[in-house]
Design a protein around this ligand. Structure first.
Ligand SMILES: Cc1ncc(COP(=O)(O)O)c(C=O)c1O
Length: 390
C-alpha cells in the first residue's frame, strides 16, 4: 500500500493561495524578482497562483492574450485610466458610462490636468468630430448604465485606431459570453466580475483583458503600485462562479426577455429599455454584434409622483431593492428624474426603474411586479391621475 504522504492530491477546485510575502530560493532570484512581472510572483500584491488561474480563465472567455484582475469593477476602470491617461491628455467618455467612473474623471482626473469630455452614447463613426490631437482614450459602455443606449463599437474603434487613440469598454452587461470587445477592435475589455461572472452577490472583483503585451505590463504595474491586491478567496469564488456562468447567463437571459416582453404590454409601462427587444432603439446593433442578452434592463413607467414609486418598491417581495446586477437573486433599483435631467445627452427626463433578473421562477417574478404595479396604480388613483382599471 502507498503510504498516505506519497498519494497525489487532486481536486476539482483550484487551490486558494494566500500570500503577502513570496520567498525565493537564492539571493540571485530575490535580486531579480521584478523580472518575473507581469506574469510571475514577486510579492503578494501582484497576485498568487489563484489570481493567475482566474486571469487565465477570464482571458480565455474574452479571447484575450492577457488579463489583470483587480479588487472591484470600479478598480478595473480606475486602473485602466491611471495606467494610460496623463496630464494634458483629452479623455472621451460616453455620457451613459457607469457613474462612479464619471465621478472619478470629474473630481480627480480633471484636477490632475486631464481634459474630460462626454460624448453622446449613441454616437458611432461621428465620434471623429470629437477627437483632438491630444485625445488619449475613448471610454465605451454598451448598453449604457441605467438608460441602456447601444453604441456602435466597431465604428468607434475603427475611428480610434485610425487616429492612434486607445479604447476601453465596460462590458459588464453582456459579459464575454454575449460580446467580446477585443474582437470588435477595443483595446481594453473591462468586466465588473462582481456581477454575472461571480454571480452570487457575495464579492467584488474586476478584470481587464487585452491582447497587447505592453498594455499588460503597464496595467500589472499600475494594479500593484496602486496597492490593488485582489483577495485570493474572492478569486476562488469567481472561479467557482465561472463553472456555472453559461447556464446562469442563458437562464437569466431567457427570463429577462420573457419579463421584458410582458412588461411591454402592461398599460402602466411606457417604455422598456432592453436592446434584445425588437422595439428597442439599439436593437439592430445588438442583433448585429451581440449573441445574447444580459439580465439587466430598465423600465420607464407612466408619469407619476415619487410616492407611487415608493409604493411600487414597498410592495415587492421577491425582488430585493438594490443597485447591482448579474446575481442569482433579482434586484430592483430606482433612478429619480433629477438624475436623468442632469445627465448630458439623456433622452428621457423621467424616473427609471432598473431590474436585474435572477434565477427565480418567471411567474413568481411577474406576480411580484404586478403587485408593485398595482400599488403604483393605487397611488395614481388617489392622487387623481389616470387609472387603467388593473
Ligand atoms: C456597468 C458597471 N461597471 C462597473 C461597475 C463597478 O463594479 P464594482 O461594483 O465591482 O466596483 C458596476 C457596478 O455596479 C457596473 O454596473
Amino acid at each position: 500500500m502507498v503510504p498516505p504522504k506519497q498519494q497525489p492530491f487532486r481536486s476539482l477546485s483550484p487551490a486558494v493561495w494566500r500570500a503577502s510575502t513570496v520567498v525565493f530560493d537564492s539571493l540571485d532570484e530575490f535580486a531579480r524578482r521584478k523580472e518575473r512581472q507581469p506574469d510571475g510572483y514577486s510579492y503578494g500584491v501582484t497576485g498568487t497562483p489563484t489570481a493567475r488561474e482566474l486571469e487565465r480563465q477570464i482571458a480565455a472567455l474574452e479571447g484575450a492574450a492577457h488579463c489583470v484582475v483587480t479588487p472591484s469593477g470600479q478598480s478595473a476602470l480606475l486602473t485602466s485610466l491611471m495606467g494610460f491617461v496623463r496630464a494634458g491628455d483629452h479623455l472621451l467618455i460616453s455620457a451613459a458610462c457607469y457613474t462612479p467612473m464619471k465621478i472619478l474623471a470629474e473630481k480627480w482626473l480633471i484636477n490632475f490636468g486631464v481634459h474630460v469630455e462626454y460624448y453622446p452614447p449613441t454616437m458611432g463613426a461621428e465620434i471623429e468630430t470629437y477627437l483632438r490631437p491630444n485625445t488619449k482614450m475613448i471610454c465605451l459602455e454598451s448598453p449604457g448604465t441605467i438608460t441602456m443606449e447601444m453604441q456602435d463599437v466597431p465604428a468607434i474603434t475603427a475611428v480610434a485606431r485610425r487616429h492612434g487613440v486607445m479604447t476601453m469598454m465596460d462590458n459588464t452587461w453582456a459579459s464575454p459570453l454575449a460580446f467580446k470587445p477585443l474582437q470588435h477592435g477595443v483595446d481594453l475589455s473591462i468586466e465588473a466580475a462582481t456581477k454575472v461572472l461571480g454571480g452570487h452577490s457575495d464579492l467584488l472583483l474586476g478584470a481587464i483583458s487585452m491582447n497587447d503585451y505592453s498594455y499588460y505590463e503597464v496595467l500589472r504595474e499600475t494594479q500593484s503600485v496602486f496597492g490593488q491586491q485582489t483577495s485570493p478567496d474572492d478569486c476562488f469564488l469567481v472561479l467557482r462562479g465561472l463553472k456555472t456562468l453559461k447556464v446562469r447567463f442563458a437562464a437569466q437571459g431567457a427570463t429577462t426577455i420573457n419579463i421584458a416582453e410582458q412588461l411591454e404590454l402592461h398599460p402602466l409601462v411606457q417604455t422598456v429599455l432592453l436592446p434584445a427587444l425588437p422595439s428597442d432603439a439599439g436593437h439592430d446593433i445588438w442583433k448585429r454584434d451581440f449573441s445574447g442578452t444580459g439580465c439587466l434592463f430598465s423600465v420607464i413607467l407612466t408619469p407619476a409622483p415619487d410616492e407611487a414609486y415608493a409604493a411600487f418598491f414597498d410592495a415587492l417581495r421577491v425582488f430585493s431593492i438594490g443597485a447591482s446586477s448579474g446575481g442569482v437573486d433579482s434586484l430592483a433599483a430606482f433612478y429619480p428624474a433629477a438624475l436623468q435631467a442632469e445627465r448630458l445627452f439623456a433622452f428621457t427626463d423621467q424616473p427609471v426603474v432598473r431590474l436585474s433578473i435572477g434565477l427565480e421562477d418567471v411567474d413568481e417574478l411577474m406576480a411580484d411586479l404586478h403587485n408593485g404595479l398595482h400599488a403604483f396604480e393605487k397611488v395614481l388613483n388617489r392622487t387623481g391621475c389616470i387609472t387603467w382599471g388593473l
